[in-house]
Design a protein around this ligand. Structure first.
Ligand code: PMP
Length: 391
């Protein structure tokens, strides 16, 4: 078999398992997407949690602030060379002020943050303790952190984590606990206060928390679960992204001044990449400045999450979710694909999530709610578990 035939064989296997991925061709129109065959569906698969990406008024307001001179479509360079436009500093200063941390550092995306920070700070004397369900970007960051050792603890099993910390804290120079605050596929949360208390009991434990799905959505001013739980100061690497609730692109870490300076010197995905276009950073800053006043949107999307969970329970589904991410866990990939297709036929753009994104046997439809949806729309979702909707 030649190279192409070998690849084709693997793709054929993925297709038989129901795990073949294809890029969807979509036209976007606010809250709706349209497929090439002209089917227009309500988008239930977007991470636009506050509905800002679908908000034309907000975009109009932003565009009014721009002129051909201030619309800067590219940075043309790494931030360490000539790419560090002033708006980067403005965004970082604003974020540090909001979080009340010494410093923040902005990256091109969450994938860069998560694949760059851990390898920069971990060494052979480091033990990483990571939740079993952390995002692929964190797993890749852990892989790149070799020779640091890593142990994965059972999802959200903080008792197991406490035992592991107790057992290993004497043997390693440093331990780094890695978790998400709101988990991307289950929509559940971890207990940040308990993690903060655990950290405080040891002199050599650091906390790394990814708030990608919480930033903008949780916390009195939308800064995330750490704000809500009052433990921002306990988290050494507080990471979040702008591509979800903030309707933009990029990511940040809130940290100490020294950690920031160290990352600027040592973090490869920060150093060796062209900085985000300044216009994108300007838009992020525009949105970040308005986050505190978006409490109504936060409240609405979280209420929709509750409503959807109630409807799923009524249909006999268990859902670990406590957030705006509500998985409908089906099990087999092929069944999940059929259920997603059925929802699409009814006008709801819901997508199957399959291994390797989620563990084998837990394929699901990841319903991802936004503040632009209504209660009526959630109530009209056909969730019946029987085969009726497959027709
Ligand atoms: N962290 C988590 C928990 C995520 O779910 C994602 C992406 N979905 C990322 C990081 C990566 O962020 P970005 O899309 O900005 O690369």
């Amino acid at each position: 078999m030649n190279f192409t035939e070998e690849l084709q064989q693997e793709l054929d296997t993925l297709r038989t398992q129901g795990n073949l991925r294809r890029l969807p061709r979509l036209e976007h129109d606010g809250r709706y997407v349209t497929t090439p065959d002209g089917k227009r569906m309500l988008n239930l698969s977007s991470n636009d949690y506050l509905g800002l990406a679908a908000d034309i008024e907000l975009r109009r307001e932003f565009l009014e602030t721009l002129t051909p001179e201030t619309f800067l479509p590219t940075s043309s360079s790494s931030r360490l060379l000539t790419g560090n436009f002033r708006v980067y500093d403005e965004l970082e200063d604003e974020l540090a002020r909001l979080f009340g941390t010494e410093a923040t550092l902005v990256f091109n995306c969450g994938y860069h943050a998560n694949t760059g920070i851990l390898p920069a700070v971990a060494d052979a004397r480091t033990l990483i303790l990571a939740d079993k369900l952390v995002h692929a970007s964190l797993i890749d960051g852990i892989r790149l952190s070799a020779p640091a050792r890593c142990i994965r603890y059972r999802h959200n099993d903080l008792a197991q984590l406490e035992r592991l910390v107790d057992e290993h804290s004497g043997q390693y120079h440093r331990l780094i606990i890695v978790t998400e605050s709101v988990f991307s596929m289950d929509g559940d949360r971890t207990d940040l206060r308990r993690l903060a208390a655990l950290k405080r009991r040891y002199g050599n434990v650091l906390l790394y928390v990814d708030e990608a799905h919480a930033f903008g959505v949780f916390g009195p001013t939308g800064l995330g679960c750490a704000e809500e739980e009052g433990c921002i100061a306990d988290i050494d690497f507080l990471v979040g992204t702008f591509g979800k609730a903030c309707a933009s692109a990029g990511a940040y870490v809130a940290c100490s001044r020294t950690v920031r300076d160290y990352l600027v010197n040592r973090m490869r995905p920060f150093i060796f990449t062209t900085a985000l276009p300044p216009v994108s950073v300007t838009w992020t800053l525009f949105v970040v400045r308005r986050l505190a006043s978006m409490g109504d949107r936060r409240h609405h999307v979280l209420c929709l999450g509750e409503l959807l969970r109630r409807r799923l329970y009524e249909q006999g589904y268990q859902s670990p979710s406590v957030s705006q991410i509500v998985p409908m866990i089906i099990g087999a990939s092929t069944d999940t694909v059929l259920r997603a297709e059925a929802l699409q036929r009814h006008g709801f753009y819901a997508l199957p999530v399959r291994p390797p994104t989620v563990p084998e046997g837990t394929s699901r439809i990841r319903l991802s709610l936004t503040a632009s949806l209504t209660e009526e729309e959630i109530n009209s979702l056909p969730l019946e578990a029987n085969n009726k909707i497959l027709n």
